[in-house]
Design a protein around this ligand. Structure first.
Ligand SMILES: [Zn+2]
Ligand SMILES: [Zn+2]
Length: 360
């Protein structure tokens, strides 16, 4: 059990000996028992951007720079790391109980930066409560779940970010619209109309620029997908990584490798290149026949981004709600209460029937 205290560098409270946890929205660790606070000293002044190609070649796809203690959820497969001693553990995604004895040491590429939590679990809970209060037809069980602080977990979700210089040589065509007047026959005689046509001109050239922070979620999706509506973080607030920010939260280890993340980022880079090319070609419309896209000076970071998750089961189905741990934005899949809707519809039907009756 003592082994769970992975970061022994996270000192206990100097005042009472309890565990210190990161205090959201601050640069401090705080003791939940006596209120003692301690300033987090930054190890580095800025975060490292790692040379991608060098890294992939030198250390390979399964490279790691550190080891961490991980709990592997048997139900949904998420890899979770808990920084301190928990009384009871549950998977943040599916609330499957996790057993301490199953902890395994695994390698990972140490994160270079983190967006620390800006809101605490209490605040996340009140955002959810307010949201639940504002929706119609929510089952009472959902409302009760909202009041249960135990169901809310703060999770750092792993991401890869990629930077690169991009050059693209292209060949295509620039289309310019023009209009011709056509005559056509109707029952009442002939009429004229304007018809749009496109005149094409060959176009070729080169575009280049810097692609900054292409963000790839490194947590394998399927049943654990985080909705895009809460997946916007301000990366300007990234802090150099220190495990102190993780104290009191759950951290997920990436399940999408650096190499796979890099493949995904190329698709996004290509979309950006095509936008640049279309702008470069100009005209009213464009065709791109061929684009030779080259990335150079590629850098990457492993970053951790904060989210609050609450998962609950209703009528045998799993539901989850999410609150962005930096911005407080909420998103959720929500169940409807059959009976609440049934009685409302019944009520409306009766009202209409009464109106019809008295109108006669
Ligand atoms: Zn204390
Ligand atoms: Zn799970």
């Amino acid at each position: 059990m003592e082994e769970l205290k992975q970061s022994e560098q996270n000192k206990p409270c100097a005042n009472c000996g309890a565990e210190l946890k990161y205090k959201p929205g601050s640069q401090q660790l705080a003791c939940g028992y006596c209120g003692y606070e301690e300033f987090i000293e930054q190890a580095k002044s800025s975060f490292e951007e790692l040379e991608l190609q060098h890294y992939l070649k030198a250390v390979g796809d399964n490279a790691y720079t550190e080891t961490i203690d991980l709990l592997h959820c048997k139900n949904c497969g998420a890899n979770q790391h808990i920084e301190e001693n928990f009384k009871s553990l549950q998977c943040v995604y599916c609330s499957e109980p996790l057993i301490r004895e199953d902890i395994e040491k695994e390698g990972w590429i140490l994160p270079s930066a983190v967006v620390p939590f800006q809101l605490d679990a209490k605040k996340a809970g009140s955002i959810f409560k307010k949201w639940v209060g504002g929706i119609w037809f929510a089952p009472n069980k959902l409302k009760r779940a909202a009041l249960d602080p135990e169901s809310i977990h703060g999770l750092y979700v792993p991401h890869w970010t990629f930077d690169a210089n991009m050059t693209a040589d292209y060949q295509g065509q620039r289309g310019e619209y023009y209009y011709v007047t056509q005559t056509y026959k109707t029952k009442n005689g002939t009429k004229t109309r304007q018809v749009r046509k496109t005149r094409w001109h060959p176009a070729s050239g080169r575009v280049n620029g810097f692609v900054d922070d292409i963000l790839i979620n490194a947590s394998e999706k399927k049943q654990r997908e985080i909705p895009t509506s809460v997946s916007f973080w301000n990366l300007k607030e990234l802090q150099p990584f220190t495990s102190k920010y993780l104290a009191g939260f759950v951290t997920e280890k990436y399940t999408i490798s650096l190499k796979e993340g890099h493949h995904q980022s190329f698709k996004k880079a290509k979309e950006i290149a095509y936008q640049w090319i279309r702008r470069d070609i100009g005209g009213d419309t464009q065709q791109i026949h061929h684009a030779d896209i080259k990335l150079s000076d590629e850098k990457f970071k492993h970053v951790l981004l904060p989210i609050y998750i609450s998962s609950y089961t209703y009528n045998g189905k799993e539901y989850r709600f999410y609150v962005n741990g930096q911005t407080g934005k909420i998103s959720s899949s929500r169940p409807y209460s059959f009976w609440k809707i049934f009685f409302l519809v019944l009520f409306i039907v009766i009202i209409i029937a009464l109106f019809a009756f008295f109108a006669q």
